[in-house]
Design a protein around this ligand. Structure first.
Ligand SMILES: NC(=O)c1ccc[n+]([C@@H]2O[C@H](COP(=O)([O-])OP(=O)(O)OC[C@H]3O[C@@H](n4cnc5c(N)ncnc54)[C@H](OP(=O)(O)O)[C@@H]3O)[C@@H](O)[C@H]2O)c1
Length: 254
């Protein structure tokens, strides 16, 4: 079993949802946390809550937009170029327009955050891991990286891109003690739908109405399982849905 104690873990998108829950799960296992997101107050709140429960844990915060082109320099300074585990999680969906009515700000927002920034984070951290001779990476993909749905052309395209990137990175680093993994959830009740519908919380709630969605802790616990396998074991991917979600487009509601 791999131990996570004192492992230096970088989590992007740690201020909410899956990233936040992963910070808690890793704190329980004694990891040193490097947390990134735009909302500084949410990061500070999280640090203060975790510190109350685990006073000896080292927690570092970096409020930034992962789309910042200076990301490599900022992360280098933030982490000292030493990271054992990367949870490459920051991402979002914007809108549910069909292609004929796509809003171009939404398109660019998804492509730049889910693809360009995600790849840039990996491009920054992978050489550090190769240099130190070990590292684990978990990319947040989605069932939308495997299957498609109407109104999801761009979001699906970005997650298909993440899937391709994960696979290639795994091929390129095989035999060099990097474990490149991926989690692909179906419906998880986080801020995801509120962000997708531009703050319309009522509309966001209808997404999960009459069914039990996954919660962020379900995903973070799966990541802990992946990370604590013996070093020779790579779980390529966990693809997971709530029981009521029979496929990306089949949701059974009470
Ligand atoms: N929820 C789902 O149903 C679901 C399903 C499959 C995959 N996923 C994927 O899981 C990942 C996490 O999503 P979630 O469900 O946890 O959503 P969430 O609750 O909205 O959390 C998203 C996190 O990403 C951060 N973030 C977004 N844009 C950012 C940017 N430009 N720079 C820095 N941080 C940014 C947000 O923080 P700030 O706003 O503070 O920057 C937040 O911490 C995403 O990649 C998403 O695509 C989610």
């Amino acid at each position: 079993m791999e131990t996570l104690k004192n492992k230096r873990v970088l989590i992007t998108g740690a201020s909410a949802g899956i990233g936040r829950a992963t910070a808690w799960s890793l704190a329980y296992h004694g990891a040193e946390l490097f947390l990134v997101a735009r909302r500084e107050e949410k990061l500070k709140e999280l640090k203060s809550e975790i510190s109350q429960k685990y006073p000896d844990l080292k927690i570092h915060l970096q409020a930034m937009d992962v789309n910042d082109k200076m990301l490599p320099e900022i992360l280098a300074q933030f982490t000292g170029e030493k990271i054992d585990i990367l949870i490459n999680n920051a991402g979002l969906a914007l809108g549910r327009d069909k292609v004929e009515t796509l809003n171009w700000d939404d398109v660019e927002g998804m492509i730049s955050t889910n693809i360009t920034a995600n790849f840039r984070v990996a491009r920054t951290v992978v050489p550090w891991m190769l240099g130190q001779g070990s590292g684990d990476i978990i990319n947040l993909c989605s069932v939308a990286g495997h299957y498609t749905y109407q109104g999801g052309a761009v979001y699906c395209a970005t997650k298909f891109a993440v899937q391709a990137f994960t696979r290639v990175l795994r091929e390129e680093t095989a035999g060099r003690n990097l474990r490149v993994m991926q989690v692909s959830p179906g419906m998880v009740d986080t801020e995801f739908s509120t962000v997708r519908f531009k703050g319309d919380a009522d509309l966001a709630k209808t997404v999960y109405k009459g069914m039990d969605p996954l919660v962020a802790e379900d995903i973070s616990e799966m990541m802990i399982f992946m990370l604590t396998r013996p070093r020779h074991v790579v779980i390529d991917e966990i693809l997971t849905t709530p029981q009521a979600q029979g496929s990306i487009t089949t949701v059974v509601r009470k």
